[in-house]
Design a protein around this ligand. Structure first.
Ligand code: NAD
Length: 265
């Protein structure tokens, strides 16, 4: 996709990767970018900094996403690219069981990491299918291809996000709908400042990228219209090892977990 002249919505645009995506899209000559966040002040700050439009929405609410799509399309024009990027982590601490996160965390992650992507597609698809074109960029994570040690709810919902992106691409690729799924490992944002000692923990085993680097990779991936965008190149090899020999890969992940000293239940 050539981003020049395009109308683009980015969720989670008040901070981190979303904010950097907005910056890059404006620099690439987008006609308008809508910066969406649950935090109105941060969405407005992004809009002020990069000369675009701010909207407040909770992406876990179907009606909020519908409103963003309707307001964008009626006041600006048809959406060319919708980026579902908002995400959360919720650290639960000891005991570090795979079941430790409370139901409320599982539910919030399901809604923000998966259903928000479904709501965006549901709201945008009718217009996109009529026009015979449209693009979804969904931010998942390397945790959705591999795993996030110590965070089962995050890992599981990011796997589901990738599954939904695959379904979108398979079901609507023939109708002119494009899909990319962005899967970084650790990125230095507010999110990772909460992990480990602010160093990203095991997710940062290959180092941390900046949000600007990840956004630049996303722009490149959109230009080549690739499905899987891997800002950390190592992830392609890890993914291959996982599919080649699942048991060996699981053993390696357990070793990594022990190395980082997660308490044994
Ligand atoms: N930082 C990383 O290491 C990393 C790695 C892989 C994937 N990701 C993914 O990248 C995406 C962006 O994360 P980030 O690192 O920039 O984090 P961040 O915390 O800097 O930004 C996330 C933004 O999403 C917003 N948000 C959260 N819940 C929302 C909701 N219900 N409705 C609307 N907005 C909401 C927050 O207010 C925040 O502005 C997330 O999906 C995250 O899971 C991050």
């Amino acid at each position: 996709m050539n981003l020049n002249g395009k109308i683009i919505v980015v969720t989670g645009a008040g901070s981190g990767i979303g904010r950097s995506l907005v910056e890059k899209f404006v620099a690439e000559g987008a006609r308008q970018v809508v910066a969406v966040d649950i935090n109105s002040g941060n969405a407005q700050q992004t809009a002020n900094d990069y000369g675009c439009v701010a909207m407040t929405a909770d992406v876990s609410r179907d009606e909020d996403i519908k409103r963003v799509v309707e307001e964008t399309e009626s006041s600006i024009g048809p959406i060319d690219l919708f980026c579902s990027n908002a995400g959360i982590i919720a650290l639960h601490g000891e005991p570090w069981w795979a079941t430790s996160a409370p139901n409320s965390t599982w539910q919030a992650m399901w809604e923000i990491h998966v259903m928000a992507h479904v709501y965006a597609a549901r709201a945008c698809l009718p217009g996109m299918l009529e026009r015979g074109q449209g693009y979804f960029l969904n931010t998942a994570s390397a945790a959705g291809l591999l795993n996030q040690i110590g965070d089962a709810a995050y890992s599981t919902t990011k796997h589901a996000a990738i599954g939904f992106a695959e379904s979108l691409a398979i079901t609507h690729g023939d109708d002119g709908i494009k899909v990319s799924v962005l899967c970084p490992q650790a990125v230095a944002t507010r999110m990772t400042a909460e992990i480990g000692d602010g160093d990203g923990g095991t997710a940062a085993v290959d180092g941390m990228l900046t949000a600007e680097q990840v956004a630049a990779e996303a722009v490149q991936g959109l230009a080549s219209e690739q499905f899987l965008l891997l800002p950390h190149k190592e992830v392609a090899e890890y993914r291959k090892r996982k599919t080649d020999d699942y048991d060996r890969w699981l053993g390696g992940m357990r070793k990594l977990r022990r190395r980082y000293g997660h308490p044994q239940p």
